[in-house]
Design a protein around this ligand. Structure first.
Ligand SMILES: Nc1ncnc2c1ncn2[C@@H]1O[C@H](COP(=O)(O)OP(=O)(O)OP(=O)(O)O)[C@@H](O)[C@H]1O
Ligand SMILES: [Mg+2]
Length: 172
């Protein structure tokens, strides 16, 4: 069971779509939750998943979604994206400024990566900023077959990368 996770907008679903086309077994967290009756509420904007219950079930393949690393996967692949790029991407979604900033800050501060490191025995991270979706999918495939050394966590440091542009990131 491989979790394809990351902050919203980092490209999980786009990459998952390509993997599916290539013949991988892929499911989203929401689909998996539906399958096992683990949806608590879907009356609001977002589907609320019973993560604790869902984590008791296994899936032989790739589980995609920003909660997938909480489902006790064997490996978590965390997609990363420069927060300034992510900010532009999420601003185009029609989300509230607050919701955009919440997610941009989460990416800046490695929130999903840290959670994945706490929850999963094996974690890889991929900086997708200058890659196409196809290129990211190729890297994810490499990681799946065992090429993990180059994608060990800890190499991505947005605070250093952005340095003097930090105000642009946190400004509404
Ligand atoms: N590497 C990339 N280069 C350029 N555009 C990308 C890249 N990855 C994703 N995108 C684009 O960014 C947008 C968000 O991607 P996607 O929906 O796959 O994100 P997600 O991680 O699944 O987000 P969510 O958690 O909200 O479901 C899409 O329009 C997608 O085409
Ligand atoms: Mg998605």
């Amino acid at each position: 069971m491989i979790a394809l996770t990351g902050t919203p907008g980092t490209g999980k679903s786009a990459v998952a779509e390509i993997l599916k086309r290539k013949g991988y077994r892929v499911i989203s967290v929401t689909e998996l939750a539906r399958l096992h009756d683990c949806i608590l509420d879907e009356s609001g904007e977002e589907v609320v998943v019973d993560v604790e219950k869902l984590s008791k079930f296994r899936f032989d393949g790739v589980v995609e979604g920003h909660l997938s690393h909480l489902l006790s996967p064997d490996l978590a692949i965390v997609l990363r994206c420069n927060p300034l790029v992510l900010k532009k991407r999420l601003s185009g979604r029609g989300w509230s400024e607050e919701k955009v900033m919440e997610n941009v800050e989460a990416e800046l501060l490695d929130v999903i990566l840290v959670e994945a490191l706490e929850e999963c025995s094996e974690v890889c991270e991929v900086d997708t900023t200058n890659l196409s979706v196809e290129e990211v999918a190729e890297i994810v495939e490499k990681i799946i077959v065992g090429e993990r050394e180059s994608y060990k966590p800890g190499k991505i440091d947005w605070l250093s990368v952005l340095e003097d542009r930090l105000d642009e990131v946190v400004r509404l």
